[in-house]
Structure formats: C-alpha cells, structure tokens
Write a protein that binds this ligand. Structure first.
Ligand code: CLF
Ligand code: SF4
Length: 493
C-alpha cells in the first residue's frame, strides 16, 4: 500500500529546511517502521552505510540522492582512442562536452553554493576533465577544502588507474570512500587497440608495452584499494569488435580483486568529436547489444546499470543536470554553508524510503503469486523518489524495468528528446521516442495525451497514466498480475 503522496518536487522546491520538515510531517507515512534500516537483506551493514546515499554505487539511492562533480583536474597521462583532449575525460563523462574548469578555491565556492540549494546532494566527485590521480595536487587540495567545510559529504574519485597506486594511502587518509577505475582490458593485445600511448615515470610508452604497464598499474591499484576497504567501481567502455567479448574476462578479473561494482558503458562515437575512433568509423553498441552483454555478465561482479555518463561538472540527480544553474558567474562570491536543507531532506528521505521498501516487498509477493511465468518490459517516466511522477511529454529519459515472477529489475534507461515543446507535441520527436523504446511493452507516466498514446499503440507499445504518482514497483506488479493472472491460492496463502 502506497503512502500518501509526498512528491519529490514538493521536497526539493521548498525554500527552507523548516518547510521540508513540515512537508514530511504533513505527508504522513504508511509504514510503521519509520527510521528503520532499508538495507537489503543480502548486504552487511558496514557496506550499506557506505552506499545508502551514493547515487552511483546504489541503484536504490539514485532515486533520492545527487552527486556533483568539480572539474579541477585537466591534465591526463594517457591517450584513449575515444578521447579528444579538447573535451572532458570520456571515461567518466559524456563525450564531446567541455566543462568549466575550476581552481580548488573556486570548487569549494561552487560546492557550498550547490549544497545550500540542492538538498539531495550527498556526493562530491572529481572525474577530470583529465585524470584526477595524475593531476593530484589540485585533486587533493579540493578534497581537503571541501571535507573541512562539509564533513558529511561523501568523496568520490574517478581515474584511469595509471597513477593510482602511488596515491592509495593518501586516498585512505583523506577518507575518500569511493573510487572508480576505468578498465577496458586485461590483455595488452586488446589494450593496444584502445590506448596509443601512455606517459609514465617521465617517459612515453606506446603499443603493447604501454598497455601492459597500464594493465599492471590498474590491477595493483584495485588490489590496494580492496585491501584498505575502499569501495571500487570499475567502468568499462564497450567497444564492439575490440573489447565487447573481452569484457567477460575483465569482469572476472575485477571480481577476483574485490571490485564492488562493474559499470559497462557504451562507446559514444561521433566523427564530430574528432576522436580517433570517431574518425575511423568505430561504432558504439546499440542499447540491445549493451543489455545482452550486461545480461551475460550477471552472476559475476555486481553490475551497475543506471550510469548516465555524466559531465565532469554535473550537478543533481543522475539523469538530470543542473550544472548550468551553478556556473561561477551565478554563485555568490563568499557563500556561507548552511546544512539545514540537506539535513531536513535526509530526514524526509529516511521516512519515505521505509515506506518505499514496504511497497517493494508487497510487489514481490504479488509477483510470486502470479500463475503463469512471463516477462514484461516497462519504461517509466520519473523525476525521482521511486514514483511515476513525470509527464510523458516532459521526459528526457525513461527508466527501464524488467518484471518476471522472481522480481522487478532496473535494467537501464533510454534517453529521448522531450515530446512536448512549449506546450505542443512534436510529431518528429515522437518517431525518435518510439525508436528509443524498442522492445518495451508498456510505458508508465503521470500524464499522456490521446495523440501520442494512440501512436505508441500503433507501434505496439501500450502507454498509461493510470498509475500516476504510484511507486514504480507497485504499478509494475499490478500490471504483471493483470497480464499473467493471479494464482488466488498463492495470493491468499
Ligand atoms: Fe561521480 Fe563517478 Fe563518483 Fe558517481 S558519476 S565520480 S561514481 S559521483 Fe555515476 Fe556519472 Fe555514471 Fe560516473 S552516473 S558517469 S558512474
Ligand atoms: Fe581522455 Fe580520460 Fe582517456 Fe585521459 S583517461 S585520454 S582524459 S578519456
């Protein structure tokens, strides 16, 4: 049973911490277990404490919490064939994007300004725009300043791994709790097709020799982090014909060395980005190819499927980017940190989360009671909070879930151009949305007009607003039961 509705919008658009708390109280809570842990049963409490408010390391947390990146580290020590240095590091960022570079002091100013305005903020990451471990002095200075000012923010770093081993002790000292290493290969013969050169120990290396050094440093860095209990995520760029099959091997290696998550990201290759792969016509994988590989990797290192390949200066919930609201020219020169909004928001979320967990458990019971085995692919328009709370026409992405008798799994997202522009539906855009929704059975949204609904139906995709503002799992389990029929003897057992 869903709680009375507390929309994410009502939580984040209020202007004061007092209003946030009032919203929470007036919304009420259907769960009798407010404040209890919504920790998954298969996870120890120490790990849960580390990931429960990290939007990248926990799929569940990404419905509630936001990250921000500060682009303080422009230098890089390797060359990837999918990177053009005019743009941000493509290992942890959307290719073809240029971020506003900051000094550590400017970064601190920006983080304070964001923390005062974005209550969901829980993680500060440094993901370039070059390599954060190679450009270490600026990275370190930034982390130090921010930890002093906002001690409860989680610190996160992303690196290609070459300069990682020499900084692991400092990372531990600085209390950096989450590290991402991009590992695209464990065989230098594959590596030399991805990395033309590296710069290491004051020397430039090329070919197999370069790939071998990079591989050894990546493995060493990963092992050192695991030994110190720092959570690691491995990013791998899936490059069809070069490392797509090989990533199965990569998954095994990183699991054996203690990686917490493996995030396989699609290569985004565009001749206009001026990268080597863009110019040679190397293609990226389709959404279905990516999903097929991710499905093959199930059972190995745990997979991350909710990555949005964000910018090196991204701000906000994954899937939205408020970075443009916080450029240096728009933020106060000396903002004082006020923790009120962030703390009030956390209190609200801990209440909602318990209720959401109860709804999920109810959904699992419903699924298990269905008489016929089947599957359902559902695309959801959401603004966060785990609810169906976005209009079809406003959605910039749809979250995709796969339902079966055994549960409901988040399997990815599909980015789209919003259908609605200035109050009118764009016919041309609808064609693109229908193509992006390939393989989807049902679309769930808070509102949809007759016209797009009809055209989706003609393309074999049902769309409904009947579950608007419900929890995603509640709606999907009800649809699944309607589709495949409830076994009443099990349902009442
Ligand atoms: Fe940033 Fe990366 Fe930390 Fe997250 S992003 S440094 S782990 S806080 Fe997240 Fe963005 Fe994907 Fe990265 S969605 S690109 S995985
Ligand atoms: Fe570009 Fe990042 Fe590769 Fe460096 S590590 S070459 S910045 S993609």
């Amino acid at each position: 049973m869903s709680a009375p509705i507390i929309s994410l919008e009502s939580l984040t658009n209020t202007t004061s911490s007092g209003q946030l708390l009032t919203t929470a109280k007036s919304g009420g809570c259907a769960s009798s277990s407010c404040g209890s842990s919504s920790r998954p049963t298969d996870m120890d409490s120490a790990t849960w404490e580390k990931i429960k408010d990290h939007p990248c390391f926990s799929e569940e947390a990404h419905h509630y919490f936001a990250r921000m990146h500060v682009a303080v580290a422009p230098a890089c020590n390797i060359q990837c064939n999918y990177c053009n240095r005019k743009y941000d590091c493509a290992n942890e960022s959307r290719p073809g994007v240029v971020s506003e570079k900051l000094t550590p002091d400017q970064a601190l100013r920006k983080v304070i300004a964001v923390a005062n305005e974005v209550p969901q903020l829980s993680v500060l990451g440094i993901a370039g725009p070059g390599d954060a471990c190679y450009d270490w002095k600026k990275t370190r200075a930034t982390f130090e300043r921010i930890a002093r000012e906002i001690p409860d923010i989680k610190l996160c770093i992303s690196t290609n791994g070459l300069a990682l081993p020499e900084h692991v002790d400092e990372l531990a000292e600085l209390n950096i709790s989450h590290v991402t290493i991009t590992i695209n290969m464990v065989d230098p013969a594959v590596g030399e097709k991805i990395y033309p050169w590296i710069f290491y120990g004051h020397r430039r290396y090329t070919g197999m020799e370069a790939a071998k050094i990079l591989h050894e440093r990546q493995m060493l860095g990963l092992e050192m982090l695991s030994k110190r209990g720092i959570l690691t995520k491995i990013n791998s760029v899936m490059i069809p014909g070069i490392n797509d099959q090989h990533l199965i091997e990569v998954n095994k290696w990183v699991k054996e060395r203690g990686a917490f998550l493996h995030n396989v990201m699609p290569l985004i290759s565009d001749p206009a980005h001026g990268t080597c792969f863009g110019q040679t016509g190397q293609r990226g994988p389709t959404a279905l190819e990516l999903k097929a590989l991710q499905d093959r990797l199930e059972g190995g290192a745990k997979l991350m499927r909710h990555c949005r390949q964000c910018r090196a200066d991204a701000v906000g919930l994954l899937g939205t980017d408020r970075g443009q609201e916080f450029t240096l020219d728009q933020i106060p020169l000396e903002p004082g940190y006020n923790s009120g909004k962030r703390h009030a928001y956390r209190e609200v979320v801990s209440r909602i989360r318990d209720d959401h967990l109860a709804a999920k458990n109810q959904a699992i019971t419903t699924l298990a009671s269905v008489s016929v085995r089947g599957s359902l692919h559902v695309a959801v328009a959401t603004k966060g909070g785990g609810r169906i709370n976005e209009h079809f026409g406003h959605a910039k992405e749809f979250q995709v879930y796969e339902a079966s008798q055994t549960g409901i799994k988040f399997v990815g997202h599909r980015k789209v151009e919003p259908y609605c522009r200035g109050g009118w539906g764009e016919e041309a855009t609808l064609g693109g949305i229908i193509a992006a929704l390939e393989g989807i059975n049902i679309v769930l949204c808070a509102k949809i007009g007759d016209c797009p609904q009809k055209q989706l139906m003609e393309a074999g995709i049902r769309a409904t607003e009947a579950f608007g503002y419900d929890y995603i799992e509640t709606a999907i389990s009800a649809l699944y039961a309607a589709e495949y029929g409830l076994d009443l003897s099990k349902a009442t057992a």
